[in-house]
Design a protein around this ligand. Structure first.
Ligand code: SF4
Ligand code: SF3
Ligand code: F3S
Length: 411
C-alpha cells in the first residue's frame, strides 16, 4: 500500500472555514479556492508549543511503544517532520462509547501529544466541534479524497435490515461500507468492532457482527479491548507514516507490538502468583497486600493485551493494578465464557513453558515443574503462616483462616 500523502499538503475542493477543538486546542483549516494548507506533524506540534526536545522525546517514545530499535528513531523523526498529519475518520456504530472515552484520555507520557500531532481527526461525532451539514461536508471531503484511516467503534447490527442502529436514516452497515470504500485500512477499535462485545453476547438479539465480517476487501486491523488502549491507533499511524506500511500483525490480525503477550507475562502481581500468594476474598489481607487475583477469576493468563505495560489514563492503572481480576475483555466471546469470578483452569494457559522456566525466587524455580508446584507450596506455607499468626492474634474476622491449601489447577 502506498502513502501518497507525502506531497499532499494542498487539497480540498471548496471554500470552507472549519474550526475544530480538541482538548482546548483549536485547529483552523482554511479552505481557499480549492486548496488547504496542511501542517506536517512537526509543524503542528510546534504550533501547539511542543519544543524540539519534546518532539524528539515523542519520537523516541513512539519507537519504544512500537517495540522498535533505537535506530528507528531518526526515521520516525524524518517522517513526522515531513509528512502531514494523517487523516482519520472515526465512526460510531452500535456501542457504548467507552472506547472513545479511552481514546480521548490517551496520555501515556507524551501520548496525548501523539494523538493530536500525528492524526488529523477529520470526523468524529463525539469530539468535533462542527455539527450538522458542516460536519458531514468535512467527512464527505475526506471520503472523496481517499487514503485516510478509518477507525470504527462498535458492531454492526444486521438483524431486520439493520433497524436496531441507524444514523441519519442510514443503517450502520451502509455507513460502514461507504466509509471503508476509499480507506487505506480500517481499524476495528474495541471489542464491539472486533467481536461484537456485549451486544454480540448470546443470544445476540441484533445479530451484531464485527467489522471484518462486513468489510472483506480492505485490511482490517483488530484493536480489541473493552475499552482498548488508545496508543495503538497512534502507534499504527506512526508506523505507517514512517515505514509506508502497516505494522506487523499477530495471526489474529492485531498489532504485534501490543498484543503479542499475555497480561500475565507482565502483570505487576506476577511475583505473588509465582509464590502462590493469592487473594481469596476481595476484602481479605491478600487483597490489601496486592496478591495475585488468579483465584478471583483473573483471566490475565489467557488474555493478550498491553494493559500491564501501557496502562490507561496516562499509564496510571489497569484493572488488575486497581484490584480487580482481568475479565479477558480483549478476547473473542469474553462475555460468553462463564462467570467473571470463576477460577480458570491453569491447563488453559497457552504458553505453559513459561511457568516452568521463569525464575522469580525459590517458588518459581521449582514452580509448576513439580505437579502442584513447590512455588505454590512455599506460597501456601507463607499464607498459612500468616493465617496462624492472625489466628493467634485472635483476629476472628478473617473467615478464611482455615489452613486449607489451595493451588492453581494444573493438568
Ligand atoms: Fe496477574 Fe492475574 Fe496472572 Fe495473577 S493471574 S499474576 S493477577 S495476570
Ligand atoms: Fe464496546 Fe465493549 Fe468499546 Fe464500549 S461495549 S464501545 S468495546
Ligand atoms: Fe481488559 Fe483485562 Fe486489560 S479486562 S482492560 S484485558 S486487564
Amino acid at each position: 500500500m502506498k502513502n501518497n500523502h507525502k506531497n499532499d499538503r494542498l487539497f480540498c475542493h471548496f471554500l470552507m472555514l472549519n474550526i475544530k477543538e480538541y482538548n482546548n486546542v483549536y485547529q483552523l483549516n482554511l479552505y481557499l479556492g480549492g486548496t488547504i494548507m496542511q501542517d506536517t506533524c512537526y509543524q503542528w506540534a510546534v504550533k501547539r508549543g511542543v519544543s524540539r526536545r519534546d518532539f524528539l522525546k515523542l519520537c523516541t517514545a513512539t519507537a519504544a511503544m512500537l517495540g522498535l530499535e533505537a535506530s528507528a528513531v531518526p526515521k520516525i523523526v524524518h517522517a513526522l517532520e515531513n509528512n502531514p498529519r494523517f487523516p482519520v475518520i472515526y465512526l460510531h456504530l452500535q456501542e457504548c462509547t467507552c472506547c472513545s472515552e479511552s481514546f480521548i484520555r490517551s496520555g501515556h507520557p507524551l501520548t496525548s501529544s501523539l494523538v493530536l500531532d500525528l492524526i488529523s481527526l477529520d470526523y468524529m461525532e463525539t469530539l468535533m466541534a462542527a455539527a450538522g451539514e458542516q460536519a458531514e461536508a468535512a467527512k464527505k471531503a475526506t471520503l472523496e479524497k481517499g487514503e485516510y484511516l478509518l477507525v470504527v467503534e462498535g458492531s454492526v447490527p444486521t438483524a431486520e435490515n439493520g433497524i436496531y442502529c441507524t444514523i441519519g436514516g442510514q443503517s450502520t452497515e451502509e455507513l460502514l461500507k461507504e466509509a471503508a470504500k476509499n480507506a487505506l485500512a480500517v481499524i476495528a477499535y474495541g471489542t464491539c468492532a472486533t467481536d461484537g462485545c456485549v451486544q454480540g453476547a448470546a443470544p445476540n438479539p441484533t445479530n451484531a457482527q464485527p467489522v471484518h465480517e462486513i468489510i472483506k476487501d480492505k485490511p482490517v486491523i483488530k484493536v480489541p479491548g473493552c475499552p482498548p488502549i488508545a496508543e495503538v491507533i497512534t502507534g499504527t499511524v506512526a508506523h505507517y507514516l514512517t515505514f509506508n506500511e502497516l505494522p506487523e500483525l499477530t495471526k489474529e490480525g492485531r498489532p504485534k507490538a501490543f498484543y503479542a503477550h499475555t497480561i500475565h507475562e507482565n502483570c505487576n502481581r506476577r511475583a505473588f502468583f509465582d509464590m502462590g500468594l493469592f487473594v481469596r476474598d476481595f476484602d481479605d489481607e491478600g487483597a490489601k497486600q496486592g496478591w495475585c487475583l488468579y483465584m478471583m477469576g483473573c483471566r490475565g493468563p489467557v488474555t493478550k493485551n498491553a494493559c500491564a505495560i501501557t496502562g490507561f489514563n496516562e499509564g496510571t492503572s489497569y484493572p488488575i493494578k486497581s484490584g480487580h481480576p482481568c475479565l479477558g475483555c480483549s478476547e473473542d466471546g469474553f462475555y460468553d465464557k462463564g462467570g467473571f469470578y470463576n477460577q480458570i483452569d491453569a491447563a488453559q494457559f497457552p504458553e505453559k513453558k513459561d511457568y516452568t522456566t521463569l525464575k522469580v525466587g525459590l517458588g518459581t524455580a521449582a514452580g509448576f515443574a513439580v505437579g502442584g508446584g513447590l512455588g505454590t507450596m512455599v506460597g501456601t506455607a507463607a499464607y498459612n503462616s500468616y493465617k496462624q499468626k492472625k489466628a493467634a492474634e485472635g483476629n476472628a474476622a478473617d473467615s478464611t483462616a482455615d489452613g486449607q491449601t489451595e493451588t492453581p489447577k494444573e493438568d
